[in-house]
Structure formats: structure tokens, C-alpha cells
Write a protein that binds this ligand. Structure first.
Ligand SMILES: Cc1cc2nc3c(=O)[nH]c(=O)nc-3n(C[C@H](O)[C@H](O)[C@H](O)COP(=O)(O)O)c2cc1C
Length: 190
């Protein structure tokens, strides 16, 4: 392993307090290899709904710029997100729409790993390919395998503490994070 610890930003697609996706995101630092240092992304929930007129009249809002800067400064990203109506949650899509209009588009050439947690059995399996589609347009570098889908969330997180306690899931995630570190080093030379 190379010496430099890689800086990885974790973006959660759910805004609710008791979110399973947010709970999984909080678990990731404990499952990551020593070569990855994970940090949560700044909030995006107060961004206005994207409108080109706002961009034209007052420029990019300060919190949009801060979100983009955090992405730019990271060596890689992990998106941990629910599936909403077989698709991407609107709040996170709105945030991505904002930064996608920036000159120095922050997702360009950025390694990205994807995880999803859902209440149902498919674990967000239908949305993950939409994430990959979006990453193609943004010229991000989506990590392929192992994929991480956590289904039946109600049975895999502690009801009170929200601790993720599914052993097979934990092992999959460890494998994904180890693979993601190798992928970042391969594509970035870091
Ligand atoms: C607006 C909305 C749409 C949803 N659509 C889906 C869906 O398409 N597929 C799915 O598996 N679960 C769907 N769910 C259920 C979520 O998987 C479940 O609410 C999950 O706990 C959300 O993630 P969170 O706990 O991180 O907030 C939906 C939930 C909401 C609120």
C-alpha cells in the first residue's frame, strides 16, 4: 500500500434523522482500510431548487460552492443513498444538478463508490444503475465491484441504536472499501 492516506468524502442521500443510509454512512470509517480516511460531506438540504436564473442573477449559492469544494478536494466519494420511486432522491439530485453547471465540475475524474440501503428486499438495486448513468455524464469514475445493496434494513440495524449488525453485509462493505482504495490509487496514481 502506498503511504498517503486517501481522503474520501461520504455523501448521504437521506435527510431524515433516523435514516438507515445515514446510519450506514456513520459505520463506514470503522469498516474502511487504514489507507482511507472518511469524512462526511457538508449539508445540501438548504440548496434552492436549481434554476438557471438564480445562477445568472446571483451566481452559485455559498453552500453550493462549499459542497463543490468539498468534492473537489477529496480523493474519492462514497454515495450512500436510498432509492426513491426506483430513482434518485430529489434533494441529492438537485445538489448534483447545481454543481454540474460549474466550470470546474467537481465530479470530473472523481472515483465514486455507491451503496444503497432500503426497507425492501432489493436494497435499492434499481437505482444504482441510474447513479452509474449520471456518473457517466459527469465524467466521474464509478467503481464497479463488489456492489453494496442493503435490503430489509429494519432487520439489519439495531432498532434503538441504529447500529449496523449484519455480518455478511459488513464483510461485503469491507471488501468494497478495500477494492475502492485500490481503484482510487490505480486511477489517480496516489
Ligand atoms: C419517497 C419515497 C420513495 C421510496 N421509494 C422506494 C423505492 O423505490 N424502492 C425501495 O426499495 N424503497 C423505497 N422507499 C422506502 C425506503 O427504502 C425506506 O424508506 C428507507 O428507509 C429510506 O432510507 P433512509 O432510512 O436512509 O431514509 C421509498 C421511501 C420514500 C420516502
Amino acid at each position: 500500500m502506498a503511504d498517503k492516506q486517501l481522503d474520501v468524502l461520504v455523501i448521504c442521500g437521506s435527510l431524515r434523522k433516523g435514516s438507515y443510509n445515514a446510519a450506514l454512512a456513520r459505520t463506514l470509517p470503522a469498516l474502511a482500510p487504514a489507507g482511507l480516511k472518511l469524512r462526511p460531506a457538508p449539508a445540501f438540504d438548504k440548496f434552492p431548487i436549481y434554476n438557471h436564473d438564480i445562477q445568472d442573477t446571483s451566481g452559485f449559492p455559498a453552500d453550493v460552492k462549499a459542497w463543490a469544494d468539498a468534492i473537489r478536494s477529496a480523493d474519492g466519494l462514497i454515495i450512500v443513498s436510498p432509492e426513491y420511486n426506483w430513482s434518485i432522491p430529489g434533494g441529492l439530485k438537485n445538489a448534483i444538478d447545481w454543481v454540474s453547471r460549474m466550470k470546474d465540475q467537481p465530479f470530473k475524474d472523481k472515483p465514486v463508490a455507491i451503496q444503497s440501503v432500503a426497507g425492501g428486499p432489493l436494497g435499492g438495486g434499481r437505482v444504482q444503475y441510474q447513479w452509474r448513468q449520471i456518473m457517466v455524464f459527469l465524467e466521474a469514475l464509478a467503481f464497479t465491484r463488489p456492489e453494496v445493496f442493503v435490503g430489509m434494513a429494519g432487520q439489519k440495524f439495531d432498532e434503538k441504536t441504529l447500529e449496523f449488525k449484519d455480518e455478511p453485509g459488513i464483510n461485503f462493505i469491507k471488501q468494497q472499501l478495500a477494492g475502492f482504495e485500490k481503484f482510487i490509487r490505480k486511477v489517480s496514481g496516489k
